[in-house]
Design a protein around this ligand. Sequence first.
Ligand code: AMP
Ligand code: FE
Ligand code: FE
Ligand code: ZN
Length: 275
Amino acid sequence: MNSKKWIDLHLHTLASDGTFTAQEVLEKAREAHFSAVAITDHDSVRALEEARFHGEKFGIEVISGIELSAYHAEQEVHILGYFFDDKNVLLLEKLKEFQSAREKRIHAIVKKLQEIKINISLDDVFKLVGDGAAGRLHVARVLYEKGIVTHPSEAFKRFLSYGKPAYVPKEKISTWEAIDMIRKAGGIASLAHPVFLPQEKLIASFVQEGLQAIEVYHPEHSSGVTDHYRKMAIEHGLLMTGGSDCHGLAKGKMLIGSVRTPYELLEPLKKRALN
Ligand code: AMP
Ligand code: FE
Ligand code: FE
Ligand code: ZN
C-alpha cells in the first residue's frame, strides 16, 4: 500500500462552470484518495461551505480557493488564490461585482452569436448557470448540446476565444489587482496553468507584483513541462501548487485524479499564508 499523500488544489463546482456539486467533488476526491483539496471556482467562494462540511465527514482537508481571470494587455492570465479569509468583505464585494459583469457578458455573447445566425437563447445558457458564476464554458456547452459544435472546445476555437466573432472580454482587472485582492484577504496568489502564458518572461513581472506561487502540476503540463515549471519556481523563489482543473463533465472528460500533487507542497503554502 502506497502511503504517499496527495492533494488537488484546482477544482471547479456548480458555483462556477463545473458540473458537480461540492459534495460530488468531495466524493470524487475521496475515491481518488486525496488528503486535501481546494475548490477554486471562477469568481465565487459559494461552494466552500458545503465542501468543508463534506470534507470534514470524509477526513479531507478543504482549503479556501478561488480562480480570478486577470488581463495582461489583451491576454488572459488566471490567478489562483488559497488560504484567504472567504468572509473578507472587500473580496466578497468584488466577487459580487465580477459575477454581475459575467451575467452581462453572457447577454453580449449571445447577442453576438445571434448576429452571425447562431441562435441560442439566454434561457438555454442561464439554465446551465443556475446560481453559479456564468462563463463561456456554459455557452460552449449549450452550443454542444444543440449540435452546433462537436465538442465544447470547438465552440472556443470557432466563436468564443479572443479574436473570434462572439468574443467578449470579462470585466478587466490587471494581474496586480487580482494578486492584491487575494493577498489583502490573507491569501497566497498562484499563477494558474503557466503553460498558457503568451510569454514566459511575464512570470518575473508577476513576481514583482506580489505573486507567491506557481501551478506546477496541471493536466496540460507534460512531465517535461512540469519539470520546467518546478525549475522556474525555484529560480523565482515561488512556492508550488498543482491540481486537475476538473470542471466535472463540462469539458467531456472528468479530470479529478488525473493529476497528483504531493502533499508536501501544502505545508510551505500554509506557513506562507500565516505570515
Ligand atoms: P470565462 O471565465 O468565462 O472567461 O471562461 C473560462 C473558462 O473557459 C475556463 O473554464 C476555461 O478552462 C474554459 N476554456 C477556455 N478556453 C477553452 C478552450 N479552448 N476549450 C475548452 N475550454 C476552454
Ligand atoms: Fe472554468
Ligand atoms: Fe484557468
Ligand atoms: Zn480552472
